[in-house]
Design a protein around this ligand. Structure first.
Ligand SMILES: Nc1ncnc2c1ncn2[C@@H]1O[C@H](COP(=O)(O)OP(=O)(O)OP(=O)(O)O)[C@@H](O)[C@H]1O
Length: 355
């Protein structure tokens, strides 16, 4: 659907990628300087590489061999940056229509309803909160009726609460048919939003896979991915009267603070490795509600005192960050049976997404 082949040099840095992206939301992930922004810029038409070819469906946006490199305004893109970059002298409505005027056919009222920005429509950007501005920026991108949406760290400037407010709108975008290229450093955003993840390292594709494969892979930790953790999919089993929701993760009950999804829905949850405690025997008399039985799959030690233990559980792979000392004291080794223990509150609302 979206083909991106690029090779380009900036001094010592060589970018060399060849990607075929299916519909959905593709996260470009990797440490600072790995080449994420360069890929986005090339797709946007802001960087002309030494050699490259970019094809969206059947439309050639660039092909250096044929001396084609369309300028940004001819590419049919929707762009969402870290700050909204709205026009300060225009009202919200005019900002939205600005996108539409450039060839868009999306219905203004639909987009306004979807983003809940009806009350803001006559205001100017300066008076809006960061989260409100980002919602307007999402609307403007959508109304441009784009072939692809580029989102470059769109939540980075927002505080945690506002991030939580905006994430569902990106879930809605993901569920439309427009491919989205999304740059972030946040594992929580990857877990919540990614249809697939492309991990870049020194200008090359280190790995391409689902959020579950990539974030749950201890081998990717040295590539600068902090905050690793498992991504599990589970079905909402019951909402309890005490404010908890019970999930069924392939037969294992998991309890979370109440989620808005309905019984029967599939949700994605991220369990950060540092929030998991390991126990050889099934713990009793413990306040934590979530206990996943499993077997040790691998143990990776780094340079420091820590180790990352991957467990196979019926619910999927779970990662735990423990000290090497604890790993030894527990006698952990490949194949050994073990329980992962997770507090209910360790699963934050922004870590729970629609499946
Ligand atoms: N215009 C430029 N001129 C020279 N070097 C550049 C230019 N743009 C990018 N680079 C270099 O290319 C490399 C990749 O940069 P890029 O901005 O694509 O990385 P990134 O993964 O987006 O990083 P970050 O997460 O910090 O935004 C870096 O070493 C950067 O210094």
């Amino acid at each position: 659907m979206l083909e991106i082949a690029l090779s380009h040099r900036f001094g010592d840095f060589a970018l060399d990628v060849d990607l075929h992206l299916p519909p959905g939301l593709t996260v470009l992930f990797g440490r600072s300087g790995s080449g994420k922004s360069s890929v986005i810029k090339a797709v946007a038409g802001l960087l002309r590489p030494d050699k490259g070819r970019i094809v969206l469906q059947d439309r050639v946006l660039g092909d250096t061999d044929r001396n084609i490199w369309l300028p940004p305004h001819k590419r049919g893109l929707g762009v969402i940056f870290q700050e909204g970059r709205l026009f300060p002298h225009l009202t919200v409505r005019q900002n939205l229509l600005y996108g539409q005027r450039r060839g868009g056919t999306g219905e203004l009222s639909d987009v306004v309803d979807m983003l809940g920005i009806g009350d803001l429509i006559h205001r100017r950007p300066a008076g809006l909160s960061g989260g409100e501005q980002q919602r307007v920026a999402i609307g403007r991108a959508l109304l441009a009726n784009p072939g692809v949406i580029l989102a470059d760290e769109p939540l980075a400037a927002l505080d945690e609460a506002r991030k939580g407010d905006i994430l569902p709108y990106f879930e809605m975008l993901r569920d439309r048919d427009i491919p989205i290229l999304y740059v972030t450093h946040s594992p929580a955003e990857v877990a919540r939003l990614a249809t697939q993840v492309v991990v870049l390292d020194e200008g090359r594709v280190l790995r391409q896979g689902t959020a579950r494969d990539v974030l749950g892979d201890p081998a990717l930790v040295p590539a600068g991915i902090r905050g690793v953790g498992a991504v599990l999919e589970a079905r909402v089993a019951r909402h309890h009267d005490d404010g908890l929701t019970e999930l069924d993760a392939s037969g294992v009950p998991l309890f979370l603070p109440r989620v808005s999804s309905s019984v029967g829905d599939v949700v994605r949850i991220r369990i950060a490795a540092q929030e998991v405690i390991l126990s050889r025997s099934r713990p009793e008399g413990l306040s934590a509600l979530n206990i996943l039985p499993g077997h040790v799959d691998s143990i990776r030690s780094g340079d420091g005192p820590g180790a990352l233990v991957a467990l196979r559980t019926p619910a999927g792979r779970v990662l735990a960050r423990v000290t090497q000392r604890s790993a030894q004291a527990l006698g952990l080794a490949e194949g050994v049976s073990c329980h992962a223990v997770v507090k209910t509150v360790a699963i934050a609302p922004e870590d729970i997404g629609r499946g």
